[in-house]
Ligand binder design. Structure first.
Ligand code: UDP
Length: 265
């Protein structure tokens, strides 16, 4: 979807939408008004290869039911998601919603997994990766860990910074000076996604930018992802709630999400 073009969405079938300005892009399923693209992890990798061939910044958002519910009450966040180039289905709740709406999504595309795949791809393609956000020192350590895993990976830079507007200009300058091709922003949603959207025309070298939530904490081992089998049975969210109980307030929106989607269906 072209950021500068007016966002025009066309109803194709029931809840599927396709951007009129990008007829070759993937289809999206509209869940409570928020687009979720019908893509697999492998398709995302191919799309990123395509994005890298065009000079503008492409924004990827890792959408889950919490995003969808937050966007119902946050107009700016809603607009950011509607204008993102790719909203990947990063939540088992979205897969259930797709089934209820009669338009199944093929699989969950986890942002925390995609971070590794895109770092590997960057190493193979000699794209420079910038890691922004998280607590001081975490991005630097995550960069080192990724370089140990993918020795050819070039880390353009790392910086904790903050999403506060007063730091905005200096951070954009730092990223532009680093000649980064790809940018991961770890300020948590919706701050990270708004930060990318706000700066997409000011970031002159970045062609792909993605909000990655707590992924740098996972890479450095500060946080631990659920075991594979827990992820496979769709209970990673429960594991996260067990490890980080303060999340209950955010997750309290999940039953509301389910009810709203069922009503919509
Ligand atoms: N974070 C940050 N600055 C902020 C808010 C959050 O650097 O102002 C970082 C925080 O340290 C963590 C990351 O954002 O590493 C992701 O936070 P969270 O786990 O809430 O994100 P989620 O994965 O739920 O989107």
């Amino acid at each position: 979807m072209n950021f500068n073009a007016e966002v025009v969405l066309e109803m194709t079938e029931n809840h599927y939408l396709r951007s009129k300005s990008d007829d070759n892009g993937p289809q999206s399923l509209q869940i409570l008004g928020i687009p979720v693209h019908v893509v697999t992890t492998e398709e995302v990798i191919e799309l990123v290869r395509e994005y890298m061939k065009t000079p503008r910044l492409h924004q990827i958002a890792t959408v889950n039911p919490e995003f969808v519910m937050a966007a119902q009450e946050d107009g700016e966040f809603c607009r950011v998601l509607m204008e993102a180039d790719l909203c990947i289905p990063d939540g088992v709740g979205l897969l259930l919603a797709g089934r209820w709406l009669g338009q199944p999504l093929p699989e969950r595309v986890a942002g925390s997994t995609l971070v590794y795949r895109l770092a590997e791809l960057s190493a193979d393609e000699s794209w420079r990766l910038f890691l922004l956000g998280s607590a001081p020192g975490v991005a630097e350590e995550a960069g080192q860990k990724l370089q140990m895993k993918y020795p050819k990976l070039e880390i353009a830079g790392t910086f904790a910074g903050s999403p506060e507007p007063r730091e905005n200009e200096a951070i954009v300058q730092m990223i532009n000076d680093s000649q980064a091709d790809m940018l991961f922003v770890a300020y948590g949603a919706p701050k990270q996604d708004k930060w990318i959207a706000r700066n997409r025309s000011a970031l002159t070298t970045v062609r792909v930018a993605m909000g990655i939530g707590g992924s740098l904490d996972f890479i450095t081992g500060r946080a631990v992802r659920a075991p594979g089998w827990v992820q496979n049975v769709g209970l990673e969210w429960l594991h996260r709630l067990y490890k980080e109980p303060w999340r209950w307030r955010r997750m309290a929106s999940l039953p509301k999400f389910a009810l709203k989607v069922m009503r919509d269906a």
